[in-house]
Write a protein that binds this ligand. Sequence first.
Ligand code: SF4
Length: 311
Amino acid sequence: MTRAVFIPSHHVPYKPIRVFSHGMGTQSVAVTVAQGEGLLPNPYDVFVFANVGTQSENPATLTYLRNVLRPYMARKGMMLVEVWRKDRAGNQVDLFEYTMSDANRSIPMPVYFSEGGVGNRTCTLDWKVRVVSKWVREHYPGADIEMGIGYSVDEMHRAAKKPLAWHDTEVTWDNKRKCWVAGRNLGYWQRYDYPLIEMQLRRERAIEIIRTAGLEVPPPSHCKGCPFTQMSEFLDMRRDDPDGFERLIAIEDTINAKYQRIRAGSPHRSKRVTLYRGYIPLSQLPDQMSLWDRYFDQDAACNEAGSVCGV
Ligand code: SF4
């Protein structure tokens, strides 16, 4: 199916509602604290965090949310809403459980192939972006929405993949065709808004804002076995939480077994899918020194401190 090319509209907004899509990482927390401390020129009406499930979120992120961020926001009178993807019966759908389940034929996480390359991911769109959109549609019917994202100046390349113009469909950048393409209807008009970029703040300054307000800097906010996890984080996990790491190995094996079943008979089937970007199973994760030689440059290039998801 050919998707329509997106043409920026001249929509005239009427008193937009300001919603911040909270990723729970350093930059999102910095925006929250900037608003709490009165530093944000244009504050948000509500902060919305899409939780991908307790089996999938980094447990340290949920602890930070419960013990640090929620109390801070309550003290400052700020509204934080937590939302989940739900099935038709209204049950929460956990990303990792869904990825491992044989009740569907999809692998929404971006797994790596042993021959090289990475699979398409739909997890960010289906467990975060659309979950936030659905909440907005239900709670602000007919409203125009300014959707804040916590990209800092050093993440301009990520902001460039989202349109600044008002739009009423999902819009993605097609790198091959070099144009914006329209997807599903949003059900409301929206424009993106980048408060840290508008304030010309880099990640280091975001950290300073959090610390100056007396808060701890949050832990990496990505899912606990996200394939975008840095190699050094996997090594830390293996050293500090061997049981958790063993569970991750089992999860990876289950995802691989499902992939092999789905792709049985396909000439394009990979021999092994992995959660580790080094294209080898987590159970064979090498020691720090050999990784240093082989993957240092690659890992440094991806060192975005956990802000990988793109919400
Ligand atoms: S953190 Fe990784 S696995 Fe989790 S939703 Fe984002 S891209 Fe997907």
